[in-house]
Ligand binder design. Structure first.
Ligand SMILES: Cc1cc2nc3c(=O)[nH]c(=O)nc-3n(C[C@H](O)[C@H](O)[C@H](O)COP(=O)(O)OP(=O)(O)OC[C@H]3O[C@@H](n4cnc5c(N)ncnc54)[C@H](O)[C@@H]3O)c2cc1C
Length: 274
């Protein structure tokens, strides 16, 4: 329960963080520390150097940007959950941030850390995938935008390179579109046994799944069924198609397959009526 020895550096800017990541062996960024530090205590993670980006000014914000909303990577879950701008224009992101962990986790954990960690049980990545959000990363070669569909590549794996810093998350303004994020967990503060996001779109809906495979997933078969005229209940029967849920202490794979169909029906009913 005590981390292995490591060096500690504080980055004053994104450029300095990139430079430190490149010049130190096995360096890792530290944001809110609420995923990385527990992993270090279990010695699943053993970075040689922690590069603390938590004090970089100007990376914590929620603001309008063109047609959408830009969220700084260091914005804490609590600030996302209580953002008036998000509540009004992209309520599913604010709502979901409020469902994460407990107050202590929400006051320390950051949206950038949650996304970069690549945990398939995390709530926000599934919602960002459903929204077709864009992730902005800065590395030695400059800034690039990555579609959420291309970002999550495996369990704890993302499209970020070893010297990349995620700086911004860009989500669309939903106007009056209905949405829902339903999360089932065994205890109030647990990660999702299964989570389902639904956003009404062009008479159908976009649907994303949490804890149903190695990465967050889009429930394409559900989306196609809706587009072909199926109602919520019939479309939801396709929710586990293509998914590869694991069995663990939170539930068996079969249980997850059942649960995802139930939650998808409920999420669709809510989103399509909103
Ligand atoms: C008790 C507990 C309960 C929790 N419950 C939930 C839950 O219900 N749902 C949920 O979704 N999450 C949950 N979490 C996880 C929580 O949301 C974390 O805060 C979040 O996943 C990681 O954010 P962080 O800022 O703490 O990142 P850190 O722990 O600091 O970093 C996580 C990883 O991301 C990398 N990283 C961080 N920031 C950046 C960046 N800007 N650019 C590139 N890489 C970066 C780090 O190097 C590290 O590899 C829980 C955590 C705890 C401890």
């Amino acid at each position: 329960m005590i981390p292995a020895e490591f060096e500690y550096e504080v980055a004053g800017s994104v450029d300095e963080a990139i430079e430190l990541l490149g010049s130190r062996e096995d360096a890792k960024l530290l944001a809110g520390g609420h995923s990385l530090i527990p992993a270090m205590k279990l010695r699943i993670a053993r970075p040689g150097t922690l590069v603390d980006i938590g004090r970089i000014a100007g990376l914590s914000y929620v603001r309008e940007d063109g047609d959408g909303i830009a969220i700084g990577a260091l914005t804490r879950h609590q600030d996302v959950a209580t953002s008036e701008l998000l509540r009004e224009h992209c309520g599913i992101v604010a709502h979901t941030a409020g469902e994460i962990g407990d107050p202590q986790v929400r006051h320390r954990g950051t949206i950038g850390g949650s996304v970069s960690h690549g945990d398939p049980a995390s709530d926000l990545p599934g919602v960002l995938l459903t929204l077709d959000a864009e992730l902005v990363a800065t590395g030695p070669g400059g800034e690039r935008r990555i579609a959420a569909a291309d970002f999550f590549t495996g369990v704890f794996e993302t499209a970020l390179g070893p010297q990349d810093v995620l700086t911004e998350i860009r989500v669309p303004s939903l106007g009056g579109a209905g949405w829902a994020y339903l999360k089932f967990s065994r205890r109030a503060q647990d990660w999702a046994t299964v989570g389902v996001a639904a956003v009404a779109s062009n008479g159908g809906a976009k649907v994303g799944l949490v804890s149903m495979g190695a990465t967050p997933l889009r429930a394409s078969a559900v989306e196609q069924a809706l587009a072909s005229g199926a109602d919520a209940a019939a479309a939801a029967e396709h929710a586990d198609e293509g998914a590869e849920p694991s069995s663990d202490v939170a539930g068996s794979a079969d249980y997850r397959r059942h649960l995802v169909r139930v939650l998808t029906r409920r999420a669709l009913e809510q989103a399509l009526s909103g």
